[in-house]
Design a binder for this molecule. Structure first.
Ligand code: TC6
Ligand code: NDP
Length: 293
């Protein structure tokens, strides 16, 4: 197994503290963004950065205290943050929140970030387990987008769907999640075509491995110790700040011709062996032998 290490010049303090905040102050002043999964990890960082750039941000998630924490983290000098607690799989509730939050403001940026999955080989995933993950990562994204369309159309807004590196290829332990995200990618390209004349742009942003504070310790260790060195050619995880800055760039006037794209922020992980999330693969008792060929 090849192990990837970061280039020495990129693994020291200079890289760690590099400021990726390259966009102009108040770039997004006067805009309204809706972000799902706003209470932790990537979604929280996106909210903090959008507010810093002057946006009014509406965050949605299930955990009220997590959303309150995001509210405490955002600065108060530029834009503003308010939140609604909801399960994005509850179609009626999420539609009503989006309408209420956007009736006056419209929507300039919608970030479908709420998502996730458990890790299991396909034959360990029950019908209900498959449906639960597809409901969260695909069906809920459709509901949110379809409700938001009328508000995005007012000024020609942008949709960013947070996806997963390798969505076009496959990774062991992620059959349910990658099936859902491949669906989101197809929906992204289709809506980019259908809504281009309304000025609505639709893109997928696919991080590789992101080790945020919200991940359980065992998953964070497995990502840091195995998945990154074995599967990410750049040899390091994707910082949440990089994802947040790219979301803001796509939403900005400089992103006005970017639509229907899958942009992978992953240190070339999508060109590597796959972000395999099952430790032992193939299982010893099923390893390839000549009789199976
Ligand atoms: C490199 C990759 C990097 C990616 C990182 C990230 O995405 S970070 C983001 C990380 N953040 C997140 O992932 C957060 C969001 N994730 C979630 O909320 C959950 O993972 C969810 C999507 C399953 C939804 O949950 P829910 O409340 O709807 O689920 P529920 O409890 O009601 O169960 C439904 C079905 O799933 C079954 N099942 C569950 N676990 C396992 C398992 N390990 N094995 C097998 N099956 C499992 C369970 O048995 C049941 O089926 P059954 O028994 O009825 O046939
Ligand atoms: N971490 C990584 O390595 C990578 C992550 N991603 C994707 O990026 C996105 C953000 O992940 P990350 O920040 O790392 O992980 P988190 O677990 O911190 O973020 C997931 C967010 O989604 C919210 N969420 C989950 N289920 C629901 C639901 N049913 N209704 C409403 N909100 C929900 C959670 O909030 P709450 O529980 O309060 O509802 C949480 O804030 C996810 O789609 C993830 O799959 C993609 C590539 C890599």
């Amino acid at each position: 197994m090849r192990t990837y290490r970061p280039h020495p010049q990129q693994s020291g303090r200079a890289w760690e503290v590099a400021d990726v905040k390259v966009l102009q102050p108040l770039l997004l002043a006067g805009t309204h963004a809706v972000v799902t999964g706003a209470g932790s990890g990537i979604g929280q960082e996106i909210c903090v950065r959008l507010v810093e750039l002057g946006a009014t941000v509406t965050g949605i998630g299930r955990n009220e205290s997590a959303l309150q924490r995001t509210a405490e983290l955002v600065g108060s000098e530029q834009g503003s943050f308010r939140w609604f607690s909801a399960d994005v799989r509850d179609c009626a509730q999420v539609r009503s929140i989006i309408s209420e939050a956007s009736a006056e403001l419209g929507i300039d940026l919608l970030v479908n970030n709420a998502g996730g999955q458990f890790y299991a080989e396909a034959d360990q995933i029950s019908d209900n387990g498959f449906r639960a993950v597809v409901d969260l990562n695909l069906n809920a994204v459709f509901t949110v987008i379809s409700e938001a369309k009328q508000f995005l159309a007012r000024r020609g807004g942008s949709i960013v769907n947070i996806s997963l590196s390798g969505v076009e290829r496959g990774s062991v332990g992620l059959a349910h999640s990658l099936a859902a995200r491949a669906g989101v990618l197809a929906m992204t390209k289709t809506l980019a075509l259908e809504w281009a004349h309304l000025g609505i742009r639709v893109n997928c942003l696919a991080p590789g491995v992101v080790i945020s504070d919200s991940l359980p310790d065992d998953i964070a260790s497995s990502l840091r110790d195995h998945v990154v060195p074995e599967s990410v050619p750049a040899g390091r995880p994707t910082p949440t700040a990089d994802v947040a800055e790219f979301v803001a760039f796509i939403a900005s006037p400089a992103g006005r011709m970017i639509t229907g794209q899958l942009l992978q922020i992953d240190g070339a992980a999508h060109l590597g062996r796959g972000l395999h999330m099952v430790d032992e693969w193939p299982p010893a008792e099923e390893s390839c032998d000549e009789s199976r060929r």
